[in-house]
Design a protein around this ligand. Sequence first.
Ligand SMILES: [Zn+2]
Length: 299
Amino acid sequence: MFLHHEAETILGIPLSSGMTEDSQSWAWTKNGESQSRALTQWSSKNILPTNHYLKNRKIAVKEDCVFCGERETSGHALWRCRAAAEVWKESGINLPNGLSPHGDFIDLVWNLLEAPIVFDWELFETTAWCVWKNRNAMKHEGRSKQTKSIAVEVGRFVEEFRQNNMSNLKPQNQPPQARPLWCPPKSGWYKINVDEATFKDPHCYGIGVVIRNDSGQIMGAMTKKLHLPLGALEVEAKVAEEGIILARELGLGEVVVEGDSMTVMPALSSVNQPPSSIQKVVESSIHRLRCLRIGKQSM
Ligand SMILES: [Zn+2]
């Protein structure tokens, strides 16, 4: 049913786990990479310091875009503004149409994530960073680069990043962890265990799902490798959603979801409001769960 490496990954999913320490490792280059990571983290958490964001925080700035005068949201600054759109085009990235006109940049990221395409996230992140850098130069110093020279700069940073990371694409050696005892769900129910793995390549995550019945028999399992520019929380939300989708596809009626995330699991139970960066994914998961019968989420 599974390939050898998939079976290994599935068997490596903790059956139940307590709090684990987050670990992240970024790859850095002298020029662009550290900043482009920070930008993606900010924008994926909806805290990019755009004029609109600052005004909402009661900071005395005008919301206007420095290039066109429209309201400067993250979606506008990095994607919809003409000054950004021309750079995306020059970089050779075709962004999807049909997204909300006032959407945030994170909406675009989710949209790309759902699209059935192989996507060049390094080029995407670096382009977004160079667009943002150029916007700030215009705002604060009154100077802006030509579209073509921004695209050349993007190409140079991406090339440099790739050269520095050629040898960094192997999964990290992680110390073996004690496997806690798995508690079965109550009679007639199913338990979805979800887990994610990080790799040295900061754009790469592994996710795994196992669904067992009350006797511990595996009813379904899957693993996926995702190439995303997202933070740990966003991946945690995504892996929970994947587990719920699998349970629905298998036609399982009564399920509980179990995972490590101290943010996502309470949000799925509607105990806590999820942070805005994962709100859409959590809402869609809750909607899917309503079509199943959910039990109390355990953590
Ligand atoms: Zn604009």
